[in-house]
Design a protein. Sequence first.
Length: 261
Amino acid sequence: MSRENSYVSIRDVGKVYPSPHGEVTALEDINLDIHNHEFVSLLGPSGCGKSTLLKCLAGLEKATKGEILIQDQPVVGPPDDMGVVFQRDILLDWRNILDNVLLITEFRRLDRSKYEDKARALLGRFGLQGFENRHPWELSGGMRQRASICRALLDDPELLLMDEPFGALDAMTRDDLNLELARLWQDTQKTVLFITHSIPEAVFLSDRVVVMSRNPGRIDEVLQVDLPRPRHLSVRESPEFGAYVSHLRQRFAQLGIVHGD
């Protein structure tokens, strides 16, 4: 994919951290273009730099070398038109769920009253209608993560960054949220960068899967996923789906990484 048509352009990015025992190279020579409305997953083992790359893209950390552009503008801090969902929901226990979702209006100095109806609609879409006045400690892990996604979507960002948001959930809840995220992408066509350790999850959700190796973190392969949309869980039983999963498993085996998904 050409740089000229990219929503996100990552060029020759490296990230080095200092340590008492010398520098640690987390990322090296990362080159990636993400098109507008594309769903891209970063897939790889722990320690390969997936989260570091996402933080650099989100403007939360600065790359040691190279450049990251969003709509041709260098990333020098958190972009305005971006939502982020982390593995931990990071909800505030002293605020109810509606107030947690509306927290972004305070950070960005938006008129809260203009977003309350949308917050309620998002909570309804993600199965949280009736829980607006509950507190995070009253909800399950899956429900808390749904609320976190609603918060990230409140001001309708074009770019959505998701750092393994379903990794700590049980299998059934994870399947349910995979389906809802696939529907959301189908409806809104947002540009999504999604981090996961799960090969089936990456194949199910993505237009492309970016395979990362570690020591240091590099892009090993970019796999195009040509499965029809909209996708339902039944696609995971198809020979085409199985072929993509098998290819990725074999690639990780070749890299010397044991993958148990």
